[in-house]
Design a binder for this molecule. Structure first.
Ligand SMILES: [Zn+2]
Ligand SMILES: [Zn+2]
Length: 186
């Protein structure tokens, strides 16, 4: 039987309380959360909101699933303008019931840091789950618009805003050829 527990949204509630979940097979806990997350060390802080659930699966393990939303500031890889982009990410993590009991007793767990980065003896860290999920959503080459024209390589004008009169300089290889041609003509 699946029992449900409704948790009121609380700002800055960043750990999912799993105390009831751990001890009751079939039990599901829900939480809405909202907080500020730092995406990487010394990196950008972003305001995030999302929701998460923790389910006791057959008394064997706890499955934590959720979704997080954030608006991040990115620098366009072509025109270097800073722009805002909405990100949305899903996360999922699981931890054996036995592991929770080991953590409660202060024992070292086999799965090591991967588990302890997220779980402690009675909760899951929604801050860290959100951070990990958002970081992998960040684009490798951010673009302010798909058809961003970028900067002029000669004068640095932002070609999205105005045009410039720069001409690509003549390729020296071609001018050498031209000299050669002239020589043949004469
Ligand atoms: Zn751009
Ligand atoms: Zn130019």
């Amino acid at each position: 039987m699946v029992k449900h527990q409704k948790v009121q949204p609380a700002p800055h509630f960043v750990r999912l309380d799993l105390r009831k979940v751990i001890n009751h097979p079939g039990y599901v806990a829900f939480a809405k959360f909202e907080t500020d997350v730092q995406l990487w060390e010394d990196g950008q802080w972003v305001h995030v909101h999302g929701e998460a659930s923790g389910t006791n699966v057959d008394g064997r393990y706890v499955l934590v699933k959720g979704k997080v939303f954030a608006t991040v500031e990115l620098e366009c890889s072509r025109c270097l303008n800073v722009f805002e982009q909405e990100l949305e990410a899903n996360f999922e993590a699981e931890c054996d019931i036995r592991t929770f009991h080991m953590l409660a007793e202060g024992l070292t767990v086999d799965e090591g840091e991967e588990i302890t980065a997220i779980f402690d003896s009675n909760s899951a860290d929604l801050w860290e789950l959100s951070r990990q999920a958002l970081v992998v959503q960040l684009p490798m080459r951010p673009l302010c618009h798909e058809d961003c024209k970028g900067l002029c390589p000669y004068c640095g004008t932002n070609l999205n805003e105005k045009t410039c009169n720069c001409q690509p300089p003549a390729d020296p290889r071609w001018s050498a050829l031209e000299v050669l041609m002239q020589r043949f003509k004469s």
